[in-house]
Design a protein around this ligand. Structure first.
Ligand SMILES: *Cc1c(COP(=O)(O)O)cnc(C)c1O
Length: 348
C-alpha cells in the first residue's frame, strides 16, 4: 500500500495555509468590507472589483460533471504549468528527491525541477517512442517521488501503452503523473476511470488545446482528494482569476462545439498526413493521437527556414532526443494546412 502522507515534504505537511477573507466567510451577506477591495467598482466592469472564489467551487462542480469525477478530486491551476510546479514543490525535497522524465517529452517538467533544485532522472523512450519500462524499474528508489508520463506525448504525438503505465503505477512507491494535455484528440480514453484503482495516480489535463482556451490559463489535475488538498494548501490563494472562472463556465456549456472542433482537427490531421506522404523530402510522419504531427524531413533546418520565409512558423524539434531532422507541425485550419502543403511543395 502506498502511504500518500509520507510522500509530502515535511515543511508542507506542517504548513498552516494562508486563509483569505473569502476562504473564511462562506455564508450570505450584502456588505463586503472584509477584503480591502474597492467598493466603488472599477474603471471597467463593476464585477471585477471583487476577489474571485479561491476554491473555484462552481467551476469544479461543472468540470466534475463533464469528467464524471467528484469535485474533491479536482485541482485547478493557472495552466498545467502551475500544476507541474506545485507538484514538484509539494512532493520533492530539493537536493534530495528526484523526478523521472522520458525524453523526448514536454520541456516544463525539467524546467520546474531545475528551478526547485530537484534532480531529474531521464529514461529515454525507445526508438519507436514507447516507455522503456525495464529501465524505468531499474531507477525506482525511495527518493524518486514523481514519474512524469506524457500521453499522448509531446512532441512525438503517440499514446503510451496503458499496460506499461499500470505496471509503473504498481511498481513505484512514488506518484505517477500522467499528462493528458492531448487526450481529447486520442483514440483511447483518459485514465480518469483508473483513479480509484491507483491512489498514486495523478492525471493532468488542460483547456489550452481541445477546448481552445489557451489564453485563459486553466490546467486541471485529477487525483486522490488527499493529494488535491495538498496542492490546494500550497497554491497562491487566487491562482485562477475571476475572468477565467467566469468565461470557462460559459465555454464549458458548449460541449457540442468542442466535439465538432476536435473532430475537425482530427480530420485535418489525417488530411495533412496524406498530403505529407506524397512529398519526396518527407522521410517519416510519426503516428499522432494529438493535434500536431512530428515529421522527419531530409533537411529540417532548411525546411524550417523555407516555411519561415513564407510566414509559416512550425516548431523545430530536431535537437530533441531521437528527433533528428524533425519538425513539429500543429494542425491548423483547412486554409492554413493547404498553404502549408503548397509552400512545402515549392521547396527547391
Ligand atoms: C500544451 C501542454 C500543456 C498545457 O499547458 P497549459 O499550461 O495548461 O497551457 C501541458 N502539457 C503538455 C505536454 C503540453 O503539450
Amino acid at each position: 500500500m502506498i502511504d500518500l502522507h509520507a510522500l509530502v515534504r515535511e515543511n508542507i505537511k506542517n504548513l498552516k495555509p494562508y486563509l483569505s477573507a473569502r476562504d473564511e466567510f462562506q455564508g450570505q451577506a450584502d456588505i463586503f468590507l472584509d477584503a480591502n477591495e474597492n467598493a466603488l467598482g472599477s474603471t471597467i466592469d463593476a464585477s471585477l472589483n471583487r476577489y474571485p472564489d479561491p476554491r473555484q467551487r462552481k467551476l469544479k462542480n461543472r468540470i466534475g460533471k463533464i469528467k464524471n469525477i467528484a469535485s474533491g478530486k479536482i485541482f485547478l491551476g493557472n495552466g498545467s504549468d502551475e500544476v507541474i510546479d506545485l507538484l514538484i514543490r509539494a512532493f520533492c525535497e530539493p537536493a534530495r528527491d528526484k523526478i523521472m522524465i522520458m525524453p523526448p517529452t514536454y520541456g516544463m517538467y525539467q524546467v520546474c525541477a531545475d528551478i526547485n533544485n530537484v534532480e531529474v532522472l531521464k529514461v529515454a523512450l525507445t526508438r519507436d517512442f514507447k516507455i522503456d519500462f525495464k529501465n524505468v524499474f531499474d531507477q525506482i528508489d525511495e527518493f524518486l517521488r514523481l514519474i512524469f508520463i506524457c500521453s499522448p506525448n509531446n512532441p512525438t504525438g503517440n499514446l503510451m501503452d496503458r499496460s506499461d503505465i499500470e505496471s509503473i503505477l504498481q511498481k513505484t512507491k512514488g506518484l505517477v503523473v500522467v499528462d493528458e494535455a492531448y487526450i481529447d484528440f486520442a483514440s483511447q480514453e483518459s485514465l480518469i476511470s483508473n483513479l480509484s484503482d491507483y491512489p498514486n495516480l495523478i492525471i493532468m489535463q488542460t483547456l489550452s488545446k481541445a477546448w481552445g482556451l489557451a489564453s485563459l490559463r486553466l490546467g486541471m489535475a485529477f487525483a486522490d482528494p488527499f493529494l488535491s488538498n495538498v496542492l490546494t494548501n500550497i497554491k497562491p490563494p487566487y491562482n485562477v482569476n475571476g475572468m477565467t472562472q467566469k468565461l470557462v463556465l460559459q465555454a464549458l456549456q458548449d460541449t457540442r462545439r468542442q466535439k465538432q472542433m476536435v473532430q475537425e482537427i482530427i480530420d485535418q490531421r489525417e488530411f495533412l498526413e496524406l498530403e505529407l506522404k506524397c512529398i519526396p523530402f518527407v522521410e517519416k510522419i510519426h503516428p499522432s493521437d494529438a493535434n500536431f504531427l512530428l515529421v522527419r524531413f531530409t533537411d529540417a533546418p532548411a525546411i524550417f527556414r523555407h516555411l519561415m520565409s513564407s510566414g509559416i512558423i512550425v516548431r523545430d524539434r530536431s535537437k530533441a532526443f531521437n528527433c533528428e531532422n524533425c519538425l513539429r507541425i500543429t494542425v491548423g485550419t483547412q486554409q492554413e494546412n493547404f498553404k502549408l502543403i503548397d509552400t512545402l511543395k515549392t521547396w527547391k
